[in-house]
Ligand binder design. Structure first.
Ligand code: DAH
Length: 374
């Protein structure tokens, strides 16, 4: 920016005064040194202002040329000590210099602001040709999905969902299910004991059977009992310390092993596919008599034998049986009049079979790379 302010034209005509030397009563005298110094400083200031291009430099410039210790301001302060005949001229000159500097500063400040704004606008330009960003979407946990499928299938067969607590007493988790203290069957469930006498984290959903029966007896009951179970186990690809189970019970008059088989077959065929083959193998559980385990034909190899079914052609998917008379009685039913069946399954295991997942730890490991696949 050319220093063209206050009626001067910068270096080419540095004087504030038109016709140098005409100011002392028309005599051609040398201009007083203090005045030419002021003018020199003004020209220097105006020249340096054109190099200023940010807020901070503007502040510094103002401090140097218009601040308390600047030459113009010191000139004002010293007016009283100047010879009387100089004061008017000096004051006038200082005023003109000050005004010239102020005007130039104001103008230049606007320019700097404009430039900064322009840069900002240009750098923040929206590039409408950029591809959009996909919004992050949540989803249902794979176990929530499987559980809901299981609920829906049993709902079609007339079973309601009944929820019971995760924290149980030893009585409900074991005793009332025909598993007395010191019974060797207790070794089937490595238990987390909670502070307080006989308080445990349920090791299976079976204690829910007693809650459901006690609340309904002597009316018939047909419910499923889903929920988290806990076992004090070494965590590995095949076993977790927490996992879901879904318990199934039906109690009424004339309920038979055939009803159990039909119900469970109906369930398995809806869950896997309509013509999957199943088989029941004899087994042992303290709360059922007789007890069995249900296998489905391996849907990976169609029964031929593969790594998933360990060459057997069959996949074990649940435990079941006719509710033991002692358990019916603990639930408030007369075992001479009532009978019932029960079953228990692990939805994580079912997911693993359905999706060929090889490590149960993925389910509760909270890794979105795994969870996002479902
Ligand atoms: N509660 C058993 C377990 O955790 C599973 C089970 C087996 C449940 C047979 C049942 C049943 O209701 O009839 O291993």
């Amino acid at each position: 920016m050319p220093a063209n302010v206050g009626g001067t034209t910068g270096n080419k005509c540095p004087s504030l005064f038109v016709g140098t030397g005409l100011f002392f009563g028309g005599f051609m005298e040398e201009k007083p040194k203090i005045i030419s110094e002021l003018e020199e400083t003004r020209d220097k200031a105006l020249a340096s202002l054109s190099q200023v291009n940010d807020e901070e430099a503007l502040q510094n410039w103002r401090r140097d040329y218009l601040g308390k210790a600047s030459q113009v301001m010191l000139t004002f302060a010293s007016l009283g000590q100047q010879p009387k005949d100089m004061r008017a001229l000096l004051g006038q000159t200082a005023n003109q210099v000050k005004q010239a500097l102020e005007v130039a500063l104001e103008e230049h400040t606007q320019r700097v602001k404009q430039t900064a704004l322009l840069h900002k606008v240009q750098s923040e330009q929206v590039d409408v040709t950029l591809p959009g960003r996909a919004p992050v979407q949540g989803g249902l946990h794979p176990q929530t999905q499987v559980m809901r499928r299981i609920f829906a299938i049993f709902a079609e067969m007339g079973f309601q969902v009944y929820r019971t607590p995760d924290v149980e007493s030893d009585l409900y988790n074991f005793e009332l299910l025909n598993i007395p203290a010191y019974h060797p069957a207790r070794d089937m469930w490595d238990t987390f004991h909670v502070e307080g006498e006989g308080v445990v984290l349920r090791t299976h959903t079976s204690p829910g059977q007693i809650h459901a029966m006690r609340q309904n007896a002597p009316k018939p009951v047909r419910v499923i009992l889903p929920g988290m179970c806990y076992r004090y186990e070494q965590i590995s690809a095949r076993s977790e310390i927490q996992f879901n189970q879904v318990e199934v019970i039906a109690v009424g008059k004339n309920i038979t092993f055939g009803d159990m088989k039909g119900t469970l077959n109906g369930f398995v065929r809806r869950l896997f596919n309509a013509d999957v083959r199943t088989r029941l193998r004899p087994s042992y559980f303290p709360f059922t008599e007789p007890s069995a385990e249900m296998d489905v034909e391996c849907f990976v190899c169609a029964g031929k034998g593969c790594s998933v079914c360990k060459s057997s052609g069959w996949l074990e998917i649940l435990g079941c049986g006719m509710i033991h008379p002692a358990v019916l009685e603990n639930g408030g039913y007369d075992p001479r009049v009532f009978s019932g069946f029960a079953a228990g399954m692990g939805p994580e295991r079912i997911s693993m079979l359905l999706h060929k997942i090889e490590d149960i730890r993925y389910f509760w490991g909270n890794d979105v790379r795994f969870l996002g696949q479902f």
